[in-house]
Design a protein around this ligand. Structure first.
Ligand code: HEM
Length: 128
């Protein structure tokens, strides 16, 4: 704490930056034909709100994540490691819009990436 008084949440620009990030991120995800079908019946307003809380909490911001546990939300949907990689690639591309140092980009990317295993089904191999 004392060695680093500013959280990653502060350094990336707080709620405003993260809300912008979430918007841009899902714009990209919904244009990806491999990912878009997962979101067809999902109320996106609510999802953006939950993701804002989740990202903020993951970056040590003040928000309390009020959504469901990440594994419960995703397991059983048949999400493959390949789809997770695409999702994370969109995240990386979006983060690069923010004015961050390389160090902050990779820190933020890996914080979110930590949850990758809770999202995919099976051994991580693609299944049809
Ligand atoms: C590290 C990766 C990921 C994280 C941290 C993450 C995080 C989240 C969060 C916080 C929610 C909101 C939960 C709630 O409303 O209670 C959510 C919902 C959702 N995510 Fe992810 N997600 C990840 C990867 C993915 C991938 C790869 C896909 C599909 C390709 C996906 C599809 C969905 C869908 C469809 C929902 C809405 C589920 C529903 O409302 O029933 N997610 N995710």
């Amino acid at each position: 704490m004392s060695s680093n008084p500013r959280t990653l949440y502060d350094r990336v620009g707080g709620d405003i930056a993260i809300a912008m990030l979430v918007d841009r991120f899902y714009d990209r995800v919904l244009k990806d034909t491999e990912l878009e079908p997962y979101f067809r019946h999902v109320p996106m307003e609510k999802l953006r709100e939950m993701q804002l809380e989740f990202f903020s909490a993951a970056l040590d911001g003040p928000a309390h994540y009020s959504g469901r546990p990440i594994d419960q939300v995703h397991k059983g949907k048949g999400i493959t490691s390949r789809q997770l990689t695409r999702f994370m690639t969109h995240l990386l591309a979006t983060i690069q819009f923010l004015k961050l140092t390389e160090q902050e980009v990779s820190e933020m990317y890996s914080r979110i990436g930590l949850f990758g295993d809770s999202v995919i089904d099976g051994s991580g191999e693609d299944s049809e």
